[in-house]
Write a protein of this length. Sequence first.
Length: 143
Amino acid sequence: METKEPGITEKSLKELGKIFPGLDSLVNIAKSSPAFRERLKEKDEEIEKRLRGETQTEFKRKKESRNQPAREPQVDIFDEGDYLRIIVELPGVEEKDVVLQPGENSLQISAGKFSHEIPLPFHIEQNPEYSYRNGILVIKVVK
């Protein structure tokens, strides 16, 4: 059976594990998840593109054609037991423009031209806590 060489992202996480005790163990456990392996693969592809300079060209094209719709921001959801942690990339958005609207079984996130509804498997009982820094929105939704 052939073993696959770890990608850049996995190698980076393993190196960080030398600084943060236990991180390398978490990475090894998480690698059993197909979703985690897929995310590692996506990040490796993104890094490879950046190393080849492809994202700069892609950004310039997007900047030149302002009539095209903007790329959907990345949204990651993590189940932390008693709550969900939702991380949204919102580059270029000011904190005052961020609006969270809890629904029956969903959370609506709006920020400028961006609007995204996240379906949830439960009713939100209290307003979600959130922080916003350097284009990253981190939301804590209690189950």
